[in-house]
Design a protein around this ligand. Sequence first.
Ligand code: AMP
Ligand code: MG
Length: 330
Amino acid sequence: MCAQAPARPSESQLAQAARIIREGGVVAFPTETVYGLGADATCPEAVARVFEIKNRPRFDPLIVHVADAPAARALAAPWPQAAQRLADRFWPGPVTLVLPRRAEVIPDIVTAGLPTVAIRVPDHPVAIELIRLAGVPIAAPSANRFGSVSPTTAAHVRESLGNAVDFILDGGPCRAGVESTIISFVGGAPTLLRPGAAPIEEIEALIGPVERAPQRRGGASMADEAPLAPGMLDRHYATATPLHLRGEAPASLDAARCGRLCLAPPADASSWRAVEALSPAGDLRQAAAGLFAAMRRLDALGLDAIIADEFPQTGLGLAINDRLRRASRR
Ligand code: AMP
Ligand code: MG
């Protein structure tokens, strides 16, 4: 077998994508977490198109992507010391910081009117070059329709958004495969808003205990109802095929017509119509990297249901369980 060189856009493709961003267009681009759907974060009209293309409710704020920590500093103030330590240690990387917004730079539409802003520096050469060439911060949610499975390849973006975007930069499959870990530094103690690709254990080792944001019941179908914590909708990352956590699956389901999503192949593998074992070696990073692609493959099989194991609740397992739990809500 010959190893494939990672996809890498040409300089002229990058220049074209950056020009589109500067002119108020919308570009899908790779990051180490998932593919983003980016627009100039300082241009409300451009950002409005991102919400329209995704069909994303306006109350769900976007993450602003910048090329380095000084660029991030220009967008938010004040910076608590703990936030600075996370930036020093994890950027570029999959940690998003929520901080008080400097309103003169980032418009209301990006933050859904909140007096705060979510910022990160992505760890991907294509993303960084795009931001530098565009010369503006890029607001970007995941490049998929709101509520559905996030894209981890350029092909996923094409399947989901096709011609709705102005340009798709192909940087190959995303390394981490789940979204960033979001930590808020607004009001009181640091709070985990979303578990993600940076393990919370590593974050707490650096800054001490991090509070957990309260979870909320309800669904993305209630698109006009703002969640308690912005963007923390209970139903998200959903396949079209019903997905059940194994402990909650209806007993009436026939394994021969269902898919199983698990860490290592189960003893009864042959009784399932399809099995997606995310890491037979038990590596949760590898499992996270393959999670969304496996959900998409199972979703394409016309199954009665997808039955997902609960993963170990440690390291990347927190993010995996979070996505599976939200995908299972109807
Ligand atoms: P996504 O772009 O889909 O990965 O989601 C970005 C998420 O970041 C949102 O759904 C919110 O949960 C969170 N977020 C973004 N901006 C803010 C903010 N200003 N305050 C709190 N959470 C935020
Ligand atoms: Mg998303």
